[in-house]
Design a protein around this ligand. Structure first.
Ligand code: ATP
Length: 582
C-alpha cells in the first residue's frame, strides 16, 4: 500500500474532533490495508514504531531534520530556518519546503508503507560513528520521494509528534468493526489489555479473525495494562459494596512497578509500560534474591525511603532519580527505594489473572522472601468498619495517603486495563470538602502579571471525556506554583504550543496560549461547583452548566506517569461532585 493513502487518511482524521467520525475513517482505512501491512499501519497511526514497552524511541535533532529537508528540496536554507522558527512544527516545514521544491526529479520512488516504516526504524535506531550521516541520507531520501502531505506526516512521526489525537480505545473500536463486529470490541480490548500491543492484536484479527485473539496470553517480558481502582467516600460504603468483608491494604504513594522475572532475568515496567529496568538496578538485584519462583509477574509500588530513618519520602524523590542524567550509581545511593508488592499475576508458567484476589495474595506470599528493601503490602482482612477505620488512621499516622480495599469475591479477578469495583481506593483527602485530588491536563495558559510578568501566570486545566475522546476545561489554576516550577513551565509546555484551542479541547473560555494536551498535573481543590464557563460534564447536572473546581491548588506533583488521556475523566469528576453533594 502507498504511504500517500495513509497520509491522506491522516489529513482527514486530523480535520475532525468527533470520535465516531474518526472511527469510521479508521475502519475505511483498515479495510483497504493488506494483512501483511496492518501492523505497520496501526503503529504508524499511533505515532509509534513499536509498542511502548519495547522502548523504541522516536526523535531526531531538529538541525539534522532541517538539513535533510534542505538537501531534498534545495529551498533556501534561511527560508527553511525562518519557517521553523515561525511554525515550530517539522511537519509544516517539510510540507511547505516540499511544496516549494524547484523541480521534481525524474528519479523519485513511490513511497510504500513498508519503505517509510523501515526507514523510520533505521533513522531512529542509528547510533555511533557515521550515524548522523546515515540519518541525514535516509531522511533526505524520504523527503526527496515525498509529496508535501507525505513529507508532513513523515517529519511529524519522526519528531515523535504525529498528533492525530486518536485514543487507543478509538483504535480498538475501529479494529473490532473492521475485522469482527462492533459487539466484539470488549474481546478486542481484553486482548489489547493483556499484550499492550495493538499492532499484534490487529495482525491476529486480520489474519484469523476473532478466534486469532486466543493466541494472546500473559507472557513474562510483555507487560499488561494496569488494573485501576474506583473510589467511595467512606469505609461503611466500601464494605457494603464489597459484600460486607474486604482486604484493606496500605496504599503506598510512589511509582507503580510491574516486575517480570524469569530465572536471573528481571524487567521492570511502569504503569505507562515504560521499561525502567535500567533506572532501578538495585530493585533488580533485590528481586533476584527475594523471588523464590522460576518465573513470575508481580506488581508493587516503588517508594523512596530515607535509609537513616526508614521513613517513606514523598513520591517526587523517585521522579528525581528517574530523570537523572548523571551517573546512575550515585542516584541509586542518593535516592534509595523500597518495593511494596501487592499482587501476583503470573507464577511458574500459570496466568493468575483469572483467579480471585485471595489466591493471588497466597501465591505472592509463597514466592517472596521479604527483606530490608522488599516487603509485601500491609493488609488487614476484616468485616468490621471500626477495625478498618483504625487501620486507615494508622496508615495516615505513618504518612500514608490512604488505603486500597480489595474484593474477596470469587470473581475478584485482575482486570487488566480497566477500572472496576474490585479495587476501591479511600484516601485521606476524602475527608475534606472536595473529595480527592484530581489529575488534570494543561490545555491553555494565561500571561503572568506582577511578580509573574513575562512568565505563565495561570493554566487552563481540563478533564478527559472518554466517550468523546475530548478534553473539557474544569478550572484555571494559579496557586501552588513555586519559583522552580514557574521557571520550568516554558520547557514543559512550549513544545506543545498550538495557535488556537487544540481540536480535542472543548473550551468556552479564552486563553492567551493554547497547548496540545500533554502535561498532567495533580490538583487539589476546595469544592466542585456548577459553572457556566467550564465545559467539564457539560449539562449533565444542569442545563447551561458544566463543573468547575473552586480554589484549585497544584500539589507539586507532575504526573509523569500519566498520558493526557489518563487524566481524571469528566465522568469521574461528575461522580466526585455527586459524592460531595451527599
Ligand atoms: P488511578 O485511579 O487512575 O490509578 P491514580 O494514579 O491517581 O489514579 P491513585 O489514586 O494513586 O491512582 O491509586 C491507584 C494507585 O495506587 C495504583 O496505580 C498504585 O500505583 C498505587 N498503590 C499503592 N498501594 C497499592 C496497593 N496496595 N494496591 C494497589 N495499588 C496500590
Amino acid at each position: 500500500m502507498d504511504y500517500l493513502t495513509l497520509a491522506q487518511a491522516y489529513e482527514k482524521i486530523e480535520a475532525t474532533s468527533k470520535r465516531l467520525e474518526m472511527t469510521d475513517m479508521l475502519v475505511e482505512l483498515f479495510r483497504n490495508v493488506p494483512e501483511s501491512e496492518i501492523e505497520k499501519v496501526v503503529l504508524l497511526t499511533q505515532g509509534k514504531l513499536a509498542p511502548d514497552f519495547a522502548g523504541q524511541e522516536l526523535g531526531i535533532a531538529e538541525k539534522l531534520a532541517l538539513k535533510a529537508i534542505y538537501e531534498a528540496t534545495r529551498v533556501n536554507e534561511t527560508d527553511i530556518q525562518k519557517l521553523w522558527l515561525k511554525e515550530g512544527d517539522l511537519g509544516t516545514v517539510a510540507y511547505e519546503a516540499v511544496s516549494r521544491r524547484k523541480q521534481t526529479s525524474l528519479f523519485t520512488d513511490t513511497l510504500s508503507i513498508g519503505m517509510v516504516f523501515d526507514s523510520l526504524v533505521q533513522i531512529s535506531s542509528a547510533s555511533g560513528s557515521g550515524s548522523q550521516d546515515l540519518k541525514l541520507k535516509l531522511l533526505a531520501k524520504l523527503m526527496h520521494d515525498s509529496s508535501p502531505v507525505e513529507a508532513k506526516y513523515i517529519a511529524r512521526t519522526l519528531a515523535g509528534k504525529l498528533r492525530l489525537g486518536i485514543a487507543d480505545m478509538t483504535l480498538v473500536d475501529a479494529l473490532a468493526i473492521t475485522f469482527a463486529t462492533k459487539q466484539d470490541r470488549d474481546r478486542v480490548e481484553l486482548a489489547y489489555n493483556t499484550c499492550s500491543d495493538l499492532a499484534r492484536v490487529a495482525k491476529l484479527l486480520a489474519g484469523k479473525g476473532l478466534s486469532g485473539l486466543s493466541e494472546i496470553e500473559l507472557e513474562v517480558g510483555i507487560p499488561l495494562r494496569a488494573m485501576l481502582a474506583e473510589r467511595l467516600p467512606g469505609i461503611p460504603e466500601i464494605l457494603d459494596k464489597l459484600g460486607g468483608k474486604a482486604a484493606f491494604e496500605y496504599k503506598y504513594d510512589g511509582l507503580r512497578i510491574q516486575a517480570h522475572i524469569k530465572g536471573e532475568g528481571v524487567q521492570l515496567f511502569t504503569r505507562q509500560l515504560e521499561d525502567v529496568t535500567g533506572q532501578f538496578p538495585d530493585l533488580v538485584d533485590i528481586l533476584k534474591v527475594a523471588f523464590k519462583g522460576k518465573s513470575g509477574v508481580l506488581e508493587g509500588e516503588c517508594v523512596p525511603v530515607d535509609i537513616n530513618t526508614g521513613e517513606m519520602l514523598p513520591f517526587q524523590t523517585v521522579s528525581r532519580r528517574r530523570g537523572r542524567k548523571y551517573e546512575l550509581t550515585s542516584a541509586v545511593d542518593e535516592f534509595p527505594v523500597m518495593l511494596y508488592l501487592f499482587d501476583c499475576l503470573y507464577l511458574n508458567g500459570k496466568d493468575l489473572t483469572q483467579t480471585p484476589y485471595t489466591n493471588r495474595r497466597k501465591k505472592l506470599i509463597s514466592c517472596i522472601s521479604e527483606a530490608d528493601r522488599v516487603k509485601l503490602a500491609e493488609v488487614l482482612v476484616t468485616s468490621d468498619a471500626d477495625e478498618a477505620e483504625a487501620f486507615f488512621q494508622k496508615v495516615i499516622g505513618k504518612g500514608g495517603e490512604g488505603i486500597m480495599a480489595k474484593s474477596l469475591a470469587d470473581d475478584s479477578f485482575y482486570k487488566a486495563g480497566s477500572r472496576g469495583w474490585h479495587w476501591i481506593k479511600f484516601k485521606r483527602d476524602y475527608k475534606s470538602e472536595m473529595n480527592d485530588t484530581v489529575d488534570l491536563a494543561v490545555v491553555g495558559g494565561f500571561s503572568g502579571r506582577g511578580k509573574r510578568a513575562g512568565r505563565y501566570g495561570a493554566l487552563l486545566m481540563a478533564t478527559y471525556n472518554r466517550d468523546e475522546g475530548r478534553f473539557e476545561t474544569v478550572t484555571k489554576l494559579g496557586s501552588g506554583f513555586d519559583d522552580d516550577f514557574l521557571a520550568a513551565l516554558p520547557e514543559l509546555l512550549d513544545p506543545h504550543l498550538v495557535k488556537k484551542p487544540h481540536r480535542l479541547v472543548n473550551s468556552a473560555m479564552q486563553a492567551d496560549f493554547w497547548f496540545e494536551p500533554s502535561l498532567v498535573l495533580e490538583v487539589k481543590g476546595a469544592e466542585i461547583t456548577l459553572s457556566p464557563t467550564h465545559t467539564c460534564a457539560w449539562e449533565l447536572v444542569r442545563k447551561g452548566s458544566g463543573l468547575a473546581i473552586r480554589f484549585p491548588r497544584y500539589t507539586g506533583k507532575v504526573r509523569q506517569d500519566k498520558a493526557p488521556e489518563d487524566a481524571t475523566t469528566s465522568e469521574e469528576m461528575l461522580a466526585l461532585y455527586n459524592l460531595q453533594a451527599k
